[in-house]
Design a protein around this ligand. Structure first.
Ligand code: ARG
Length: 270
């Protein structure tokens, strides 16, 4: 088995699930009538944070707001590349107010926040991948926001169309393994977008539908360790074959809101 993957230290922003709940339904995973075990969610989330720290990463927190149950999904609040912060404009009215506490956090840290003019859900749909940014559209983030992101960052933005409502954000269907490669679930994309991905990433790690339904593509990679849902067994085996080290982190309670590890983790790239 190859052992050449190198981890780099990352800076993550997260939000404690103190007020986590499923109170409305804005994706097919959400059923407000089904109970969420908030105590379990808090334990799972704590384990995720401890696991990041055990692997040498810096984890910072933004204070959770009582009436924003999805605020725990920190990835959606912004995308940060080269110290530039593109804030978010959420599609769902229920989530729109989340932009404020995150913007306040970034400003307190000395960042300026550029507010998008069109629906743009941060790292949920904008995935920095080395020399370019992969950008999802179809359910949330718009094509206009892709153009805005390209102008703002001065980095090529490659638009990809999502077609399966279960994989409504790009980060539920694809994640960056390192600067060179990605893992993804092909059927979540339109035929043309699948072709684009095959052209850009002939050596990509491909996931099965079971992996994707277990939130296996909602993973975080530091270049070596891949923090991945334990249900994504086929994907974990493929990652190990390619020299990555899968580190299982179980966020099953968050799946009930349509989120997983990556959704709960914003990466700050300075
Ligand atoms: N309930 C949230 C929503 O539908 C979940 C967000 C998950 N975040 C993510 N980055 N995919 O907006």
């Amino acid at each position: 088995m190859p052992d050449f993957r190198v981890a780099s230290r990352r800076r993550y922003l997260v939000c404690e699930p103190r007020h986590f709940a499923v109170r409305y339904a804005i994706n097919p995973w959400m059923h407000p009538d089904r109970p969420v075990d908030v105590a379990l969610a808090r334990r799972q989330w704590r384990t995720m944070v401890d696991t990041y720290r055990d692997h040498g990463h810096t984890v910072e927190t933004v204070r959770p707001e009582p009436d924003l149950p999805d605020m725990v999904f920190a990835a959606n609040a912004a995308v940060v590349v080269g110290g530039r912060v593109l804030g978010s404009l959420f599609l769902a009215p229920e989530r729109r107010p989340e932009s404020v506490p995150y913007e306040t956090w970034f400003k307190a840290e000395g960042y300026e926040v550029h507010r998008p003019g069109s629906v743009c859900e941060g790292e949920g749909d904008l995935v920095p991948a080395g020399r370019w940014i992969l950008a999802g559209t179809g359910f949330r983030t718009t094509r206009e926001a892709h153009h805005e992101a390209q102008e703002f960052f001065g980095v090529p933005v490659i638009g990809l169309t999502l077609v399966d409502p279960y994989f409504y954000h790009l980060d539920t269907a694809l994640f960056a393994l390192d600067e060179e490669n990605v893992a993804y679930y092909p059927e979540a994309f339109s035929p043309g977008s699948r072709e684009v991905l095959a052209r850009l990433y002939p050596d990509a790690v491909l996931a099965t539908r079971e992996d994707a339904m277990a939130f296996g593509l909602n993973s975080v990679s530091d270049g070596r360790h891949v923090f991945v849902s334990p249900g994504a067994t086929a994907l974990a085996a493929r990652l190990a074959d390619r020299g990555y080290v899968p580190v299982p982190v179980d966020l099953s309670e968050f799946h009930k809101a349509g989120g997983g590890i990556k959704c709960c983790t914003q990466e700050i790239r300075s």
